[in-house]
Design a protein around this ligand. Structure first.
Ligand SMILES: [Zn+2]
Length: 284
């Protein structure tokens, strides 16, 4: 019986997982464009097709799907960056196509955290990951009961900070999210902002500092609630992170001696990591 891992977001990537690796070709959809506007029914149909492709006629035991948003019991309760999927019970929708499989839908950053744990030999440890993309994801392994929308941690009391995709004021994603950065700098793309910051442009340098302070602040909150440890940074915009600067800011924010010793590591996350993580959590 196959175990299938699925990374579903603005793009879909699906593979067959054995142990802690992908053993099939990865089926990806679409090339180039995104599914951000694809209606829910079509979205589910795309997922089914991609799963059918990798199963190649074999029976499926388990399917794990990582998906952005708040997901409980297979129901997508919130998905700010794929709003058409809000209210969809994805587990039921997939169960009708794969009735004999056990199916788990989990948050995509949670899948990434599990994938990192599985591929870095850290399945026995606490692994946390910030995923920096359109929105701001937070994943924790092992899975724990709760909402864990740490991307929406309040990091500033400035009422003008209202760029978060969820509409909330002062949120981490409202500073670090790709969409939020574009709304803040209507005349510059994120790449240009960080390039200008490096070249000493004052407005951009101030923003780059805010970006790092905000991420340090949300990390400090996680440390104060869940203890110190290792924080991975990944996703397309992790390339903007200067870990040295992040450590300096974090050091100012976490002073209790028993909570010291956290550190950051930027890693690339190929689709494989999330596919493996979705499968690992679904199998557990
Ligand atoms: Zn928010």
């Amino acid at each position: 019986m196959l175990t299938i891992g699925v990374m579903a977001g603005e793009r879909v990537a699906v593979g067959v997982v054995e142990e802690n690796r992908v053993v099939s070709a990865i089926s990806r959809y679409p090339d180039g464009e995104t599914l951000a506007e694809t209606p829910a029914d079509d979205y589910v149909a795309r997922l089914r097709t991609a799963i059918e492709q990798v199963r190649a006629g074999q029976p499926i035991g388990t399917i794990g799907v990582g998906m952005p948003g708040i997901i409980r019991g297979g129901l997508i309760e919130e998905s700010p960056n794929l709003q058409q999927l809000k209210g969809l019970n994805l587990r039921e929708a997939l169960s009708s196509a794969f009735p004999s499989s056990s199916i788990m839908i989990l948050n995509d950053a949670e899948a990434v955290a599990a994938g990192i744990a599985a591929t870095h030999g850290e399945l026995g440890k606490l692994v946390r990951v910030w995923t920096l993309g359109t929105g701001l994801g937070f994943g924790r392994y092992p899975q724990a009961e709760g909402v864990w929308e740490a991307g929406h941690t309040v990091v500033t009391l400035d009422p003008k900070e209202r760029f978060c995709g969820c509409g909330g004021v002062g949120h981490l994603e409202g500073i670090l999210g790709h969409r939020a950065m574009r709304l803040r700098f209507l005349d510059m793309e994120p790449e240009e902002i960080f390039q200008a910051a490096m070249e000493g442009d004052e407005r951009c340098r101030n923003f780059a500092n805010l970006f790092h302070r905000a991420l340090a602040a949300a990390t400090a909150s996680s440390i104060h609630l869940d203890g110190p440890g290792k924080f991975y940074l990944t996703g397309p915009n992790a390339k903007f992170v200067e870990t040295g600067l992040l450590h300096v800011f974090l050091h100012d924010m976490v002073k209790m001696s028993t909570l010291q010793g956290s550190y950051f590591e930027v890693i690339p996350t190929p689709d494989e990591i999330a596919i493996i993580g979705a499968a690992v959590n679904a199998r557990a």
